[in-house]
Design a protein around this ligand. Sequence first.
Ligand code: GTQ
Length: 345
Amino acid sequence: MQELGQLADLPESYRADLAAQNLVPLWPSLRSVLPPGTPVRRTRPICWPYAALRPLLMRAGELTPIEKAERRVLVLANPGHGLEKMQASSSIYLGMQLLLPGEWAPSHRHTPNAVRMIVEGEGAYTTVDGEKCLMSRGDLILTPTGLWHEHGHDGDQPVVWLDVLDLPLVYYLEASYVTEGKAQAVTRDAGERAYQRGGVVPSPVFVRADKSYPMLRYPWSEVRAALLTLAADQPGIEAVQVAYVNPETGGDCLNILGFSALMLRPGETLTLPARSPAMVMHQIEGDSEIRVEDQRFLLAPADTCCAPGYVPVTLANRSATLPAFVFLADETPLHKKLGIYEVRP
Ligand code: GTQ
């Protein structure tokens, strides 16, 4: 590839004249914005072990009352982007949120999409668009763009969940903002019950719902059962994996980030090919080993890690007798919409 001219090759007075007109020569920067073959990635493979994070989150519970936090969250920040950027990858934000018994995180809605993966504790709930979604370990709850949501807790132990948002992307688009609201009345029936059986959807008098987000809570008990059934029925299947979809369309459940659950059979090692989107992995149950570039993470339940795009990711079940269950979040829907999605052999 041709070596290009540097900024220093240009006379200083010419550079000053350009800057005075808000002009920049492309050629000194061309190779950094369009590198040959593989993009520049700031996203580094990083692991956030829950055992290290949890005491710091509980300490936040002592130090900062919910009224002073609104959302009591420790952000899982990728140092490759700079901690202050609060990014796990270019488009993914991750936070661990703590709600203590009796606390309430007030109603608001915002442009970024969020999901919550429940990590520990019982008795909390999120009300989304008038639907009260109970939180249990492993449940996935959607709070799509523009929908009101608030969190409450009627139990007697701390509740922790993992927030996954497309906040870095929406912020970059200069489209990120919030609207405060009043406590919501519960007005919407549980989508997870209406759509509980695969292959059939509610169709009153032949009219299908046109809701963009018909299902907001994906109970772990159902997803786990689906994975176990798939593994038992199709022993030859390449990967025991299910995607969280919109049951009306079969498409991705949200527009920007994609979500799936993976079961690693006892002793299984699975290598995902290099794909363009960055990815987040969260251990729901069991113990896994994740290999990304020169990193090797041993995940225990509630541990979270991430991988940049364009590199293969190997996941191995560390148990020879028990299945391991991993929640995956990635940027696939975004890459597909933009036409930049790639899988490399
Ligand atoms: O629970 O609504 O981690 O608005 C970041 C922003 C959680 C939330 C986050 C939010 C929320």
